[in-house]
Write a protein that binds this ligand. Structure first.
Ligand code: SAM
Length: 270
């Protein structure tokens, strides 16, 4: 697949499980204020394996959702997941955000989660998506920001391991620190007004589900996943990287703390 090398996390089973862990841990934090009215037409752009789609379908049971992704295999998996969960309000299509097969004004709302961070031209994508939204409609964009990761015990090696992921994503044309830029990006694409709310995940041992679901299985698993690419790219050596990953897991122990901020933006199309 031509696009595969551009998507830094890849499409293997481990990554799909990680995306699912991420989505289940973060459902309340990221989705609690998103539900679309009955009969509204919603486009989910970059649905991946459907990790967010199931929640969208559940929280907006009478909206008509169309979910697309550039990866045909991911779309098939998302479809299976939504059907298995018993929702019939989503249709699926393989499509590229930069060449979407829909007429202007085809949707009332667009939802994009963890996708802009992988695109080299995020404003262009936002402009194209804006064309598809009917006047008065909205776009909701959710992105992370790896620069927001803070933890105790602090560790230079852990920050360097995270930086490997940031650099690999940059080389693939993306931006792992894009969360902080959502306001200017949406404004540049002409959405108005734009409202951004930062959503911090805070995990300590009094919140074992977040320590397990987020610190270990989402964030550290993601950093661990770039080990080989980071070493091959000459960004680190094995022992420094492994120390960084051990230090990230160390933050999941009894006295450890891990914080990460996601950014959720809602912009209106005039
Ligand atoms: C990190 S995944 C996020 C998937 C899902 N939104 C979620 O939150 O679990 C990013 C997704 O964006 C998709 N993607 C990347 N570039 C795309 C493009 N140009 N058009 C459509 N999808 C794209 C990838 O195939 C991948 O499934």
């Amino acid at each position: 697949m031509k696009h595969k090398s551009l998507y830094v996390h890849g499409y293997d089973t481990k990554e799909n499980i990680r995306l699912q862990d991420q989505a289940s841990t973060l459902v309340e934090l990221l989705h609690s204020d998103t539900s679309y009215p009955a009969n509204s037409r919603v486009l989910e752009a970059g649905c991946g394996v459907g990790a967010q789609t199931v929640t969208l379908a559940k929280n907006s049971p009478h909206a008509r959702i169309t979910s697309v992704d550039i990866s045909e295999a991911s779309v098939a998996e998302a479809k299976g997941k939504v059907e298995a969960a018993g929702f019939a309000n989503v249709s699926f299509q393989q499509a590229d955000i930069f060449h979407l097969p829909f007429k202007p004004g085809s949707f009332d709302h667009v939802f994009v989660c963890f996708v802009l961070e992988h695109l080299s031209k995020p404003v262009e994508a936002l402009l194209l998506l804006k064309e598809l939204i009917s006047p008065g409609g909205t776009i909701t964009v959710i992105e992370g920001d790896h620069g927001s990761a803070n933890f105790h015990p602090d560790s230079e090696a852990a920050h360097r391991a995270i930086q490997c992921q940031v650099e690999l994503q940059r080389r693939a044309g993306g931006n792992a620190n894009i969360g902080r830029e959502l306001y200017p990006l949406l404004c540049s694409a002409g959405y108005s007004p734009v409202r951004v709310s930062p959503r911090m995940v805070y995990a300590d041992s009094s919140r074992p589900e977040l320590v397990d679901g987020f610190t270990k299985k989402t964030f550290t698993a993601m950093i661990e996943g770039v080990r080989q690419s980071a070493i091959l790219a000459g960004l680190t050596d094995a022992s420094l990287f492994d120390q960084g990953v051990r230090d990230l897991y160390r933050t999941a122990e009894g006295d450890g703390v891990f914080c990460y901020t996601f950014f959720k933006a809602v912009g209106e199309k005039k």
